[in-house]
Design a protein around this ligand. Structure first.
Ligand SMILES: *Cc1c(COP(=O)(O)O)cnc(C)c1O
Length: 396
């Protein structure tokens, strides 16, 4: 991208579509998909991802009311579920926009219903059940079942969904996830005994989708796998073949030769053992590139690995190009993605730096424009270069 000559994240929407199809193939025909696009689509851009996955999903899930409103503002009309707890102040907007909140207490549901009635609406909500995550949700017991029955009679709400979330479905041993499913299904039976049937039941995250745990219900919630990453190393790759989606590209700004003993970057943690050629890359932890890759990570230049020397700074870092013949200023640099025969996966960076792959993509910051590719064409871009501060009272 000509206008992005410092750094940009490339987002491969063909890979996104491939990943959706690969998941779909591993699911029972009747099971629908909810696309999880929280945290700005795991750092990939929630809106373009939502557009790309539209043919495959019945709806979307986000973490906050604001994230749901962003999708609505971009013309997305399918159901949206907020996975976290929404503050009461956001209820009017949720009701007006048909965005489903997650609820599990009497107070939440009574307040929401009362407001919906005032607005002349009957609004859908999803119920969270805590089967082992201890994050949010009602306990799967008789008292909760009684509460749900009672709440089903509130005039302003529709009990549309019932879900739980796996804490350990990405571990080699799937016993814990299966235990959560048992508690969830037990709760479903308690509801049925009371004549309550909630139409949209959903439990599986990406790990569940890949390993077919909880996929026999009405829907699943696909997150990390949309973005081409497996939830963990312990999850089998064979059932669903995923393609990486995000690339991170930059350009060399400066190349020089340093003498033996020359120290590189803050703290002088690297000293050249011999005469070396080093390149400066204009990216740093201020862009979300992990500082824990200091002295551990590498980039690709001319299809070859260039190891990071010394500490990653806020906006720059140095790499060794001694062995990369012809390396020159303005050469493209691959921080994530493929360059000829070499490829750097987000998972490689997580492993090298002791980080977490979900976190690395979420943390790619506002200084990094996103460029969207579909069928070999750039179909859109997103950047925050026009970010503005709204002044209420000038500092005099
Ligand atoms: C984030 C999240 C998901 C998606 O999880 P992945 O591991 O990314 O697939 C699903 N459900 C809930 C409740 C979540 O918070």
């Amino acid at each position: 991208m000509e206008q992005y000559r410092r750094v940009y994240a490339s987002i491969d929407l063909d890979a996104v579509k491939h990943n959706m199809e690969a998941m779909q193939k591993n699911l029972p025909k009747e099971t629908g998909m909810i696309g999880v696009v929280k945290a700005d689509g795991y750092g990939h851009g929630s809106v373009p991802i939502a557009y790309a996955i539209a043919p495959y999903v019945s709806g979307y899930a986000v973490a906050t009311a604001e994230e749901g409103l962003i999708l609505r503002r971009h013309g997305i009309t399918k159901p949206i579920l907020v996975l976290g707890v929404s503050p009461k102040k956001s209820y009017p907007e949720l009701i007006a926009q048909g965005i489903r909140p997650t609820m599990f207490t009497r107070e939440q549901m009574e307040a929401f219903s009362a407001l919906a009635c005032q607005m002349g609406e009957k609004s859908p909500i999803h119920l969270a059940v805590d089967t082992g995550m201890s994050r949010i949700g009602m306990m799967p017991d008789e008292a909760s079942a009684d509460l749900v029955k009672e709440m089903g009679e509130l005039p302003g709400i529709i009990l549309e969904g019932l879900f739980t979330h796996f804490a350990r479905a990405d571990e080699e041993d799937i016993l814990d996830a299966k235990g959560q499913m048992e508690r969830y299904l037990h709760f479903v039976r308690l509801l049925e005994e009371r004549g309550v049937n909630i139409p949209i039941k959903h439990c599986a995250n990406s790990a569940g989708i890949i390993r077919s745990i909880g996929t026999g219900l009405d829907m699943v919630r696909a997150g990390i796998s949309i973005y081409g990453m497996y939830p963990s190393d312990e999850v089998e790759k064979e059932p669903v073949s995923l393609q990486p989606v995000m690339g991170l590209k930059s350009f060399i700004t400066y190349i020089k030769t340093i003498e033996p003993g020359t120290k590189v970057s803050y703290g002088g943690t690297f000293a050249a053992p011999k005469k070396m050629r080093i390149a400066t890359i204009p990216v740093g932890y201020g862009d979300g590139y992990p500082r824990n890759l200091s002295g551990k990570g590498w980039v690709l230049i001319r299809g070859k690995k260039a190891p990071i020397l010394g500490r990653v700074c806020m906006d720059q870092f140095m790499v060794d190009v001694t062995e990369i013949e012809g390396a020159a200023e303005e050469d493209p640099v691959t921080l994530i993605g493929r360059d000829r025969d070499e490829e750097i996966l987000v998972e490689d960076l997580a492993k090298a730096g002791g980080g977490f792959h979900y976190e690395i993509v979420c943390d790619i910051g506002k200084r990094v424009p996103r460029v969207y590719f579909l069928e070999g064409r750039v179909i859109g871009t997103k950047d925050y270069f026009q970010d503005t501060y709204q002044v209420f009272f000038p500092i005099s």
